[in-house]
Design a protein around this ligand. Structure first.
Ligand code: C2E
Ligand code: MG
Ligand code: MG
Length: 709
């Protein structure tokens, strides 16, 4: 964190420390000079004091010696030793006088002030003696211990001898020492005072430096460091990083504010980018990317927390129909309305922190988290899915038209089903698919068995490839009778698959696989050719029967390739007249692309091939649709037929379909007639044709030929 950002302050502190050191050095020099000066001043003082004291002593002693010399001239002239002795003793009593000696011209002692004059006659031989003896005027000499004053004694011009007085220097040096000591003491005090001042100044300086350091740290270094930290945070994508307060009115304050503004603009920019990258532009919901990130984050938080998550994959059933029939704008409108309904429901039931996203197309994904730990999530997610299915099943009004749509929802639970995001998404998809397989407009929980189901499907697709060539696929024929006279009118060709290991597989299962995988595009023409060949054979073998064969054509076949051309080709190749072939289309296929389908149907009918609408009544087209799509017949779905005897509504609807179809000149075929009563009712209501177990089960081509003969 610190380290790189430390340099400025460290350098500043180093400079500060250097300055303080320099000042300390100067102070040390000053102190040293002061010490030197003190000792010099002391020396000088001592010298001048010494000179002063000595001069005064010399003057005083000379004057005293000269005066005494005046008194000694006469006694010396008369050689009055007593008188001389009196005078000398008086002089010797004076303070500091060490000796007083009267001598003759040869330097021999005449008197030394003592009573017995033991030195009498001794010639003076001390180092100063020569100058003393030769002096012709008062003469002063100094040794370490004494000041020696020699005054020659004259009577007239005649030199009688001289007086020599010695003054002890002890008291003078004593005074000198005392004065020097007191001066030294004074100087010491002054020095100490100076030192005190300097120490105080130094302390002030250090305080100043510390203050400066703190100030710089506060005013400059800290904000700069905070800015650097904030910049690093921003770099890492955290835009709410704390910024130092920017109330300051100085340049740093300006910098902070500018930085804050910059951060806000970056954050805004980032938010916009994120919004764009993470939002579905049509519905305003989160998109796949955003969802994936949210899921990853949530999974990371939840790991080991013992909490559960539910993932709901919702897919609108047959949404393509809306796009195809009502146009893409209407499709978008439906998606927006669906998104709103889902959002409301999720807000209500999804719990806190639910995430809703559109995965593109008609797929919505919901992430719901249980607030409790434990098994509650399954119930909650089940309830949410159920509510969503019900909510989305309510009709939607688009472009003034009511549209009924269903939704299939797959639910998977973390951590029961999977722990990784990728696996959860895959499971959700599988469960959703299972909901579709289970009849759509419902929800399914993921189970491991589903994995196997998916695997089975993949294997089935592989097995189905080349099954026709291997002879595993064949056509069964279910007889279709005229109700009026119960005469055989034709047969519906139904594909059968005898799997080498699994035995017979229901068409509802493998046709779906063929449809989804695109295999139907090769299977379809093969079925068509075989059915035409068989029908042609019936006509050849049983002339006059004029049986038709009706062939089921799947929506995918209708959309890809040219069905009309294929039919023409098959008729031409097999020689079957056009009226011997009926094509059964499901409502879904027809409604898919009205304009294209209408022209296609027109071409088929022009050629003489009849087109029937299979499973009529189960789709959402309604009766009014029949006016717009040119078909020759409708096959009433067996679910209605099954209930005609029990449910008056179904009977009414069946009756209405028959009446309406007849008014349009359309043939009505009833499927799934299993009871005599059903047959009777249908005949009563004027239904044209019928098929069903009561009339005849689907049978092999061989059996059907048996039926014919
Ligand atoms: P579909 O076209 O509605 O065919 C009628 C289905 O009803 C057949 O089921 C038939 O066996 C069954 N059925 C007939 N009478 C009765 C009855 O009295 N009671 C009951 N409960 N069912 C009856 P199947 O053969 O299983 O075929 C199912 C669906 O598979 C067919 O429904 C059709 O849509 C599709 N299919 C069959 N063969 C082909 C084909 O060659 N091509 C295409 N594209 N689809 C096919
Ligand atoms: Mg059919
Ligand atoms: Mg049918």
């Amino acid at each position: 964190m610190i380290g790189g950002g430390n340099g400025l302050y460290t350098r500043f502190l180093a400079a500060l420390a250097l300055s303080v050191l320099a000042v300390l050095a100067v102070v040390a020099v000053v102190l040293h000079r002061q010490e030197v000066m003190r000792s010099e001043v002391l020396d000088l003082g001592k010298q001048s004091m010494h000179a002063l004291a000595f001069d005064r002593l010399a003057e005083r002693s000379e004057a005293a010696a000269v005066e005494l010399a005046g008194g000694l001239v006469n006694p010396l002239y008369y050689f009055d030793l007593d008188e001389i002795g009196v005078l000398l003793r008086a002089a010797l009593r004076q303070p500091d006088v060490a000796y007083a000696v009267v001598y003759d011209n040869d330097g021999a002692v005449i008197h030394d002030g003592s009573r017995d004059i033991r030195t009498y006659g001794q010639v003076m031989d001390d180092p100063m003696a020569f100058e003393v003896v030769t002096a012709r005027a008062p003469h002063v000499q100094v040794s370490d211990a004494v000041l020696d004053v020699a005054v020659p004694l004259y009577i007239g011009e005649v030199r009688l001898g001289g007086l020599r007085m010695g003054y002890s220097l002890a008291s003078v040096t004593d005074d000198e020492r005392r004065a020097a000591a007191s001066m030294g003491g004074r100087l010491e005090v002054i020095g100490q005072r100076h030192a005190g001042w300097i120490v105080a100044l130094m302390a002030g300086l250090v305080l100043l430096a510390v203050g400066l350091g703190v100030l710089v740290q506060r005013a400059l270094v800290r904000p700069v460091r905070q800015l650097a930290d904030a910049a690093r945070e921003i770099e890492a994508g955290n835009f709410i990083a704390e910024l130092p307060d920017s109330q300051r009115r100085d340049e740093v304050g300006d910098l902070m504010r500018a930085f804050g503004r910059m951060r806000e603009s970056i954050a805004r920019h980032d938010r916009d980018m994120r919004r764009m990258a993470y939002t579905d532009s049509l519905t305003g919901l989160a998109n796949r990317l955003a969802f994936r990130e949210a899921l990853d984050r949530r999974l990371m938080e939840l790991h080991g927390a013992g909490r559960q998550l539910a993932l709901l994959f919702a897919d609108i059933d047959d949404f393509k129909r809306v796009n195809d029939t009502l146009g893409h704008d209407a499709g978008d409108e439906v998606l927006v309305q669906f998104a709103n309904r889902i959002r409301e429901t999720v807000d209500r039931l999804g719990g806190e922190g639910a995430v809703l996203a559109r995965f593109g197309g008609d797929e919505f994904v919901i992430l719901a988290e249980s607030p409790y730990s434990g098994d509650g999530i399954r119930d909650e997610a089940g309830h949410l899915a159920e509510t969503l299915v019900a909510e989305l099943n309510r009709p939607i009004v688009v472009g003034g038209r009511q549209v009924f749509l269903g939704t299939s929802i797959g639910v998977t639970v973390f951590p029961d089903d999977a722990v990784s995001a990728a696996m959860l998404m895959k499971n959700g998809d599988i469960a959703m698919y299972q909901a579709k397989v289970a009849g759509k407009n419902c929800h399914r929980f993921y189970s491991r068995a589903m994995d196997q189901a998916v695997e089975r499907r993949v294997r089935m697709e592989q097995d189905l490839r080349g099954a026709w060539e291997r002879g595993e696929l064949s056509l069964a024929y279910q007889p279709v009778y005229r109700l009026e006279d119960r005469r055989l009118a034709g047969a519906e060709a139904l594909l059968r698959w005898q799997h080498p290991e699994q035995g017979a597989i229901a068409p509802s299962v493998f046709i779906d696989v063929a449809e989804q995988s695109g295999l139907i595009e090769t299977l379809g023409p093969q079925v068509l050719r075989a059915a035409c060949e068989d029908a042609m054979q019936w006509r050849r073998d049983f002339p006059g029967s004029d049986l038709f064969v009706s062939v089921n054509v799947s929506p995918r076949q209708l959309r890809s390739g040219d069905l009309a051309a294929l039919v023409d080709q098959m008729l031409a190749q097999t020689g079957l007249p056009a009226e011997g072939l009926h094509i059964e289309l499901t409502e879904t296929a027809v409604i898919g692309d009205e304009v294209r389908v209408s022209s296609l149907l027109a071409r088929l009918r022009d050629a003489g091939v009849k087109v029937w609408l299979d499973d009529f009544g189960t789709g959402f087209s309604g009766l009014s649709h029949l006016r717009r799509v040119p078909v020759d017949g409708v096959k009433i779905d067996r679910s209605f037929v099954a209930d005609v005897l029990r449910d008056p509504d179904d009977l009414a609807l069946t009756t209405a379909i028959i009446a309406m179809a007849h008014s349009l000149g359309i043939t009505v075929v009833a499927e799934g007639v299993e009871k005599e009563g059903q047959y009777d009712v249908l005949r009563e209501r004027g239904c044209d044709l019928a098929q069903g177990y009561w009339l005849g089960h689907p049978m092999t081509g061989h059996d059907f030929r048996g039926l014919l003969s």
